[in-house]
Design a protein around this ligand. Structure first.
Ligand code: TRP
Length: 401
């Protein structure tokens, strides 16, 4: 069986280090591994609109931001198909049929949707005077896991590289695939999520130590941040609040700087930047004992982050000077994605037997079943009155005109 990747991001802002360690870095590795027959990377603008209906301009402006982030981390349009979700309208049709295979109760149990509803402040018991955000849960938002199942199955994806917050979406997709195949015959491919392999990458905390990087919390380091911005953000990063003096013993667990080092540090970095330590474990041990200041650890992190970000910044600059080309890449990718999705949609319609006009057997069978019995066939059936009436009407209309 072919190995196919599909994944994507909502274009609601620039991508940050959380995206990088959680999925972008992995995508590039997978792309360059040569192990996959096809790779589709989608800018999920339609999904972004499910909770930004009143702000389409935000989504519109961020498509190119996300595309620039993709290209600058090293996604290569010659190897990966980069496309825009809304430009593949076939995806809506899949969702329309899948909706019949999912219950409202099942959607309500989706943990990611639950968290996001709370985060967005959508309320189930809207009262008059609420802001638009509080006026209840948009149906489109509530059903986006089904639309995501369309994204995944339309490309027959076997593999969805994503963060753990996407696990419920892939799980829901698998249920839809099982249900569809059981009901209509083996058609759709069962996907699997591919989670980051390093625990620190599962969910990189924000610079303030909060659970997740998020634009609204202002705790992100962006892929497009300059070296100076990175320095400032790392210097202000949350560490161990009880580690007041250098000689105090410090805590490594829950210490954001160390979590980031877990995600980014490789043994060779020590030789390069801090040769007095052989490994991250040694650095951690010293911090725990006391006698190691935050600034020294932060400086190491700054050096490593800039080493990671420098080539990304360089590629970004290259593509920023070629925005027309970026849109061409997305247009060609979307055309290709559309062809693939249309092919799968054909199979879905055939399996569901809603392909009437190409179903010659159905038409033949019904023609036979409905045909008048043999003796009536001797002379051609007369035109029904209604047809004559139609003609008559037309004549009348002409006369009136
Ligand atoms: N839900 C994903 C996010 O919020 C974006 C997305 C849409 C996606 N469709 C997808 C991810 C299909 C993986 C597969 O980032």
């Amino acid at each position: 069986m072919k190995k196919i990747i599909l994944t994507g991001d909502r274009p609601t802002g620039r991508l940050h280090l959380g995206h990088f360690v959680g999925s972008l870095r992995r995508r590039v590795e997978l792309q360059d591994s040569g192990e996959y027959d096809r790779i589709y990377i989608m800018i999920a603008d339609a999904q972004a609109l499910t909770d930004n209906a009143d702000n389409p301009e935000k989504v519109r402006q961020n498509i190119v931001e996300v595309a620039l982030d993709y290209l600058s981390v090293g996604l290569d349009p010659a190897k990966s198909t980069l496309f825009i979700q809304s430009q593949v309208p076939e995806l809506c049709e899949f969702a329309f049929y899948y909706m019949n295979l999912v219950t409202v109760q099942r959607l309500q149990r989706n943990p990611t949707v639950k968290t996001e509803i709370q985060l967005r402040g959508f309320s189930e018991n809207a009262v008059e005077g609420d802001t638009q955000q509080k006026q209840g849960i948009p149906v489109g938002f509530f059903t986006y896991p089904i639309s995501q199942a369309s994204d995944i199955t339309a490309f027959k994806a076997t593999t969805v590289p994503a963060g753990e917050d996407q696990e419920p979406m892939v799980e829901q997709t698998r249920e839809i695939v099982h249900k569809f195949n059981a009901t209509y015959g083996e058609t759709l491919v069962l996907p699997e999520i591919l989670l980051p392999d390093n625990a620190a990458c599962l969910r990189l905390p924000g610079t303030d130590g909060k659970a997740k990087m998020s634009k609204s919390l202002g705790n992100c380091i962006y892929l497009s941040d300059t070296a100076d911005e990175v320095k400032k953000k790392v210097m202000g990063m949350y560490t161990d609040p009880d580690h007041l003096r250098v000689e105090d013993p410090g805590k490594v667990e829950g210490n954001t700087v160390f979590t980031y080092l877990d995600a980014f540090c490789r043994p060779e970095h020590f030789l390069q930047y801090l040769p007095e330590y052989a490994s991250l474990d040694e650095l951690k041990a010293h911090y725990r004992r006391g006698g190691l200041g935050d600034v020294k650890v932060k400086k190491l992190l700054i050096a490593i982050l800039n080493e990671v970000l420098d080539p990304i910044r360089e590629r970004r600059k290259y593509f920023e000077g070629r925005i027309h080309e970026v849109y061409d890449i997305l247009r060609r990718g979307s055309e290709e994605a559309r062809r693939t999705a249309a092919g799968t949609l054909d199979e879905v319609r055939t399996a569901m037997k809603i392909n009437y006009f190409s179903d010659a057997a159905l038409i033949e069978e019904q023609a036979k079943a409905y045909a008048p019995k043999s003796n009536a066939l001797d002379k051609p059936t007369a035109e029904p009155n209604s047809l004559e009436l139609c003609r008559g009407e037309k004549r009348c209309m002409k006369m009136n005109a």
